[in-house]
Design a protein around this ligand. Structure first.
Ligand code: AHR
Length: 355
């Protein structure tokens, strides 16, 4: 529950101190803009107090989501929505940034002005957060980062991060590929890998890319023949892989940085008359293990789907509970993950996962 007294005092104090790079005080500017509203509400102090405090004792949690580019992302948003319900004691705010960091910064500033109790940020990319998070800190609003990480000078700008070990996911894929090729007696064969990257600068892209690049460097016969940008979507990946297939069809592996990309790559291969998956010519590696990815894996078009767990809602709630109790949550918490191959999957299992 929200520490109305101290926290609100800190918020007011910090808003007065905050300046942007132009030297204009955003708080002063906003107060000027909001003056008619404030005057209307200021007829007596009691009415302001009532509006500032959470009317019904709810904790306000404001989430800035990357977008809706993938099935994983939809499951992630849903996990937050179903956790932070009114019945559970929360007032939930949600904004979809449509893949743009500038939208997230605007959203964060509006959450700060609203004086929400907690901000939850899933950052599009890692860099560029120092200034706005400084503003949140000055306003006394704890920021919890989920999924992708942030690269900030001052680690106190966020209370905690929870998400996946993306480099480990990439390493899992590399280890699997190594043993799969060995089983097939192809260990010494030249292996040509097409790498479809996710959103550049996102932790998930960086980690999965490092995993693949290190793995490739460790195998003399492996080569990354090209790195194309699929932006985590089926449409973009279909487009870039189709274009690439016009240059060459000599590909052994397509390493797709998420399920929707894998579906786009499969679509491009099918159209070009190239087979893929367990009975085909091109090995498909994917990440996420959402229902669509696992279904494609079960029927054999995807050889390997490395899990990336999107169910962050309950984990963020645990962090909020710790903060509410005056505790200090772990700065970094990694979620447990595994991987799937066709022989491990059934329709019942996929349905039981719920995303
Ligand atoms: O950051 C997590 C990644 O972002 C997921 O793999 C992908 O599907 C999403 O869009």
């Amino acid at each position: 529950m929200i520490l109305a007294g101290n926290r609100d005092r800190n918020k007011i104090q910090s808003r007065i101190q905050t300046r942007d790079k132009t030297g204009i005080r955003p708080a002063v500017f906003m107060v000027a803009l909001m003056m008619p509203v404030l005057l209307a509400g200021c007829r007596n102090n009691a009415s302001i107090q009532t509006e500032t405090e959470s009317a019904d004792g709810l904790i306000s949690v404001a989430f800035s989501e990357v977008g809706a580019e993938s099935d994983w992302r939809v499951a992630n948003s849903e996990s937050m929505r179903t956790t932070f319900t009114t019945e559970n004691g929360y007032e939930f705010y949600f904004e979809d940034a449509k893949g743009k960091q500038e939208n997230q910064i605007t959203t964060l500033r509006s959450y700060i002005l609203q004086g929400v109790d907690y901000i939850v940020l899933d950052p599009v990319i890692e860099t560029g957060w120092d200034e706005v998070l400084e503003e949140a800190k000055n306003a006394g609003i704890p920021v919890i980062v989920v999924d992708r990480m942030i690269d900030v000078e001052d680690e106190t700008l966020y209370a905690a991060w929870v998400g996946s070990d993306f480099q480990k996911e990439g390493e899992t894929a590399v280890e699997w590929l190594e043993s799969y090729l060995e089983e097939q007696g192809r260990s010494d064969e030249e292996i040509r890998i097409l790498h479809v990257m996710g959103t550049l600068g996102a932790t998930s892209q960086i980690g999965r890319t490092v995993g693949l690049e290190n793995g490739t460097a460790a195998h003399e016969s492996w080569e990354i023949i090209a790195q194309v940008q699929g932006e985590y979507t089926q449409a973009k990946t279909y487009e870039v892989v189709s274009e690439f297939l016009e240059e060459t069809q000599d590909i052994d592996v397509i390493y797709c940085e998420n399920d929707n990309s894998a579906l786009g790559a499969i679509q491009a291969l099918e159209e070009a008359g190239i087979s893929c998956g367990t009975d085909g010519d091109v090995i498909i590696i994917s990440f996420d293990a959402t229902a669509v990815g696992l279904a494609a894996c079960m029927e054999g078009s995807i050889n390997l789907d490395v899990e990336c767990n999107p169910l962050h809602g309950p984990l963020v709630e645990e962090i909020i509970e710790q903060l509410e109790a005056g505790g200090t949550p772990s700065k970094l918490s990694y979620v447990e993950e595994t991987y799937f191959t066709p022989d491990m999957l059934t329709a019942e299992f996929i349905a039981s996962r719920g995303y």
